[in-house]
Design a binder for this molecule. Structure first.
Ligand SMILES: C[S@@+](CC[C@H](N)C(=O)[O-])C[C@H]1O[C@@H](n2cnc3c(N)ncnc32)[C@H](O)[C@@H]1O
Length: 286
């Protein structure tokens, strides 16, 4: 009998390895990196990441927060950026080369089965990735295994879907084109841990200690107009692009108009000021 967990994972793998997804993230890497810099900064601060540390970043995609962390740990430290999608990771690798970062290496890895030795990292980070893993507690146990005693894990997920950054999702959900993730859902959507407490509970269940979960508001300044942000959102929205592609031309026009109505008032000079609400979980290994 087919295993629904395997099916869900195959859909995630297909979304994140398809050429269109990789092309989109490659094209918009500079804007994504710049806009999300504050989120990476928060991970670095809450995780107490410092010079000389050895850090494992999971689901690094096109390189965030691994690239920012590599600057902080410096020449005495090291960062390993990992992802299940080789294509996504190649974008990160090209950026590291351009930045001349010699302390960052890359490895294709599934979070549920990490190819690293026990107790080999000071910190484990994962930004906007744990939501896509079917057995997230198993993945968190893997993080705990590879962490040195006294080390920390920092996980970042999206808070509730109804926030301006996600105007595209709001339009999809409100038009019934896709379901709103129900509370406590197991569905592998970006909003899997949107309900307060769910991320922290999973981290404790995995055996992490002194777990602190908090919702944070972080600036997300996109260097461009609302229209340009829409172009980016469409190009990188791996799980949703096919829904938008399925719209009739008139419906699509109306859809884009609705989305731009939310974003355009946030334009200010050369920037679009969005701000995001995220859930951050920090836990330790005793
Ligand atoms: C939204 S992107 C996040 C990328 C990056 N961390 C960022 O914040 O911009 C999600 C990433 O999770 C990766 N991913 C999904 N499931 C995974 C798994 N089981 N193991 C490793 N990576 C996974 C995808 O390939 C994709 O690159």
């Amino acid at each position: 009998m087919p295993n629904p967990t395997d099916d869900a994972k195959c859909k995630v793998a297909a979304d994140w390895t398809r050429d269109l997804t990789i092309q989109g993230w490659r094209k918009w890497q500079p804007e994504m990196h710049a806009g999300s810099e504050e989120t990476s900064r928060l991970i670095i601060n809450l995780g107490g990441i410092d010079s000389g540390m050895r850090v494992l970043d999971l689901a690094s995609g096109s390189g965030d927060p691994a690239l920012s962390i590599a600057h902080v740990v410096g020449g005495e430290g090291h960062v390993i950026a990992t992802d299940m999608s080789e294509g996504m990771l190649r974008i990160a690798q090209d950026c590291a080369e351009k930045e001349g970062l010699g302390n960052l290496s890359f490895r294709v890895a599934d979070m549920e089965q990490l190819p690293f030795e026990d107790a080999s990292f000071d910190r484990v980070t994962c930004r906007f990735g744990i939501m896509f893993v079917p057995d997230h507690v198993r993945a968190m146990r893997e993080m705990l295994r590879v962490l040195k005693p006294g080390g920390k894990v920092v996980l970042v997920c999206w808070a509730h879907w109804d926030q301006p950054f996600h105007a595209g999702n709001i339009a999809i959900i409100k038009r019934g084109l896709g379901p709103a993730p129900p509370p406590g859902t197991q569905a592998l959507t970006p909003f899997r841990f949107q309900e307060a407490g769910t991320l922290g509970t999973a981290m404790r269940q995995a055996g992490l200690e002194n777990v602190q979960e908090q919702e944070c508001r972080v600036p997300w300044d996109f260097p461009g107009s609302a229209k340009r942000f829409w172009e980016m959102w469409y190009d990188i929205a791996a799980p949703y692009r096919s829904i938008i592609d399925g719209l009739e031309p008139k419906e699509r026009e109306e859809f884009v108009r609705e989305v731009l109505e939310v974003w355009t008032p946030r334009e200010n000079g050369p920037f679009l000021h969005l701000g995001v609400r995220i859930v951050v979980g920090v836990g330790e290994k005793a």
